[in-house]
Design a protein around this ligand. Structure first.
Ligand code: LRH
Length: 487
């Protein structure tokens, strides 16, 4: 039985997961889990990528028999590499405040609708294109190569520099029509396209482990490293266990990525206006989706309570939140004030206070407000999805860590009036490993065989809508009319 190692780096934790391939399905088991967080130094927010690297090496050590390794992570962020092949400083976190002004500057010199039609990518401040426009010129001058975070780890594992296609699409620098770098855009962002290298097809075998990595992990140089679907959302969507047509997905973790898979992009003004994006999926598919600020609001609240000395058990908190009255006060999770790390319960209270709603006091009340608001935001995104594609959404798959959040899954079903199929919770690792399995020929090629293996590997939990959607409709209208200030 072949073992594949899926390294999955999220914004709040990383994992090494072993996937055992047999009888056309993959069985996952967690080998190691380690925390991740952004670190602020002198007004800049960084990732501790060397700490992550050390945790990945530790996590791989028990997997001496791994046939392959694939690395995925959150999108858009990158390390810069100098002429000697060394990393220039720590990667900057996409939540750093430098990006929004750079985005506004770059958009001012162009037609935003035209740019959206060229790349298909929503103008999120954190897109790599805007991060580069905000980059320190001395770092850029010293850089020979840019590597997105999973490609950086792939380089450290193998010595080979790649730029895997699903994650490349999130840079906002890829021409939607040709699938290659938009050279004019690269120059507008202040870089030569050569800095980015050429785009590597998803599923390419990068090579074996460097001797120093084999020695540090006990793995052999026979272990292959595969450029898996290295954007975590692409990997998660590759593992959605669809049961039929008319299904949307919510890849729910730090973010809720709400969308459908399509053959063609949607780059209308209405899609731009509604905040949708067209990212590249495995097999060249399009992930037409909207970023909704997801469990970030809850995770940051838990971190704030921990800093205040409150040790809150998540399961108990969710139970208390479920027992609290529904839709007492709601926030727009996408309000920019919630984007940066900090005192999330305080910001939620301020929002409710400003908008004349009851102010949530206890952690359970704050959690109820966050989860109600997320279910409502899911509803808004699903409604927009139907309107923009002209295709009905009948069922919703919630995959990722949020699949274990029972109240959120149930309230998403209640708010949307649709059945929610919850799971797998480790969809990202499953998708990562499925792409590896296909690259090694352990599963037949193509999306149909991958879907069949995904469905055989997962048993989603079914949430049917309870009660009327009326209270959610009312809350959605109420939210639209709230007098929201700028902070
Ligand atoms: C989710 C994710 C998402 C991106 C964001 C930066 O982890 O990759 O798809 O938009 O992080």
């Amino acid at each position: 039985m072949k073992v594949l190692a899926a390294v999955d780096l999220g914004a709040s934790s990383g994992r090494v997961i072993a996937a055992r391939v047999h009888d056309g399905r993959l069985d996952l088991s967690e080998v190691s889990r380690f925390p991740n967080r952004s670190v602020a130094v002198r007004g800049r927010l960084y990732w501790d990528v060397l700490g992550l690297w050390a945790s990945v090496l530790d996590g791989l050590r028990p997997l001496g028999d791994a046939a392959a390794i694939g690395v995925d992570s959150w999108a858009v962020d990158y390390g810069l590499i100098d002429a000697a092949g060394h990393l220039i400083g720590n990667p900057v976190c996409y939540r750093d405040a430098r990006n929004a002004p750079a985005r506004d500057r770059l958009l001012a010199g162009t037609d935003p609708a035209d740019l959206f039609a060229r790349t298909g990518i929503q103008h999120q401040p954190f897109n790599t294109v805007f991060q580069l426009a905000a980059e320190d010129p001395s770092r850029l001058a010293a850089a020979e190569r840019l590597l997105l975070v999973p490609d950086l780890l792939g380089y450290w594992l193998t010595g080979t520099m790649a730029c895997e296609a699903t994650n490349a699409s999130t840079t906002g620098l890829v021409d939607l029509a040709t699938g290659t770098w938009d050279a004019d855009l690269c120059r507008a962002a202040g870089v030569d396209p050569a800095l980015l290298g050429s785009i590597t097809p998803t599923g390419t075998v990068l090579g074996g482990l460097l001797p120093e990595v084999a020695a540090a992990t006990g793995l052999t140089s026979g272990t292959r490293v595969v450029a898996t679907a290295s954007h975590d959302t692409a990997a998660a969507v590759a593992a959605v266990p669809y049961e039929g047509d008319g299904a949307a997905y919510i890849s729910c973790g730090t973010w809720s990525l709400v969308g459908v898979e399509r053959d063609t992009p949607v780059t209308t003004g209405a899609a731009l206006e509604a905040g949708f994006t067209n990212e590249r999926g495995t097999d060249g598919s399009i992930r037409f989706l909207r970023n909704v600020a997801g469990l970030w609001l809850l995770n940051e609240s838990l971190a704030a309570w921990r800093r205040d000395g409150l040790d809150i058990d998540l399961a108990a908190l969710l139970e208390d939140a479920a027992a609290a009255p529904r839709l007492r006060s709601v926030v727009d999770p996408d309000d920019p004030r919630f984007a940066e790390p900090g005192d999330m319960p305080g910001r939620i209270r301020a929002y409710c206070d400003e908008t004349g709603q009851p102010v949530p006091q206890s952690p359970a009340q704050v959690a109820a407000c966050v989860l109600d608001s997320l279910a409502l935001a899911h509803r808004r995104a699903i409604d927009a999805l139907e309107a923009l594609t002209g295709e009905a959404v009948q069922t919703i798959h919630i995959v990722g860590g949020g699949a274990n959040n029972t109240p959120l899954c149930q309230w998403t079903a209640d708010a949307t009036g649709r059945t929610v199929l919850a799971g797998p919770d480790e969809a990202t690792a499953l998708g990562n490993a499925l792409v590896q399995a296909q690259a090694l020929g352990l599963i037949a090629p193509g999306p149909a065989a991958r879907r069949a293996a995904a469905a055989a590997s997962a048993r989603p939990r079914r949430h049917t809508p309870q009660g009327s959607t009326r209270p959610w409709e009312d809350a959605a209208s109420r939210l639209q009319t709230l007098p929201v200030g700028s902070n």
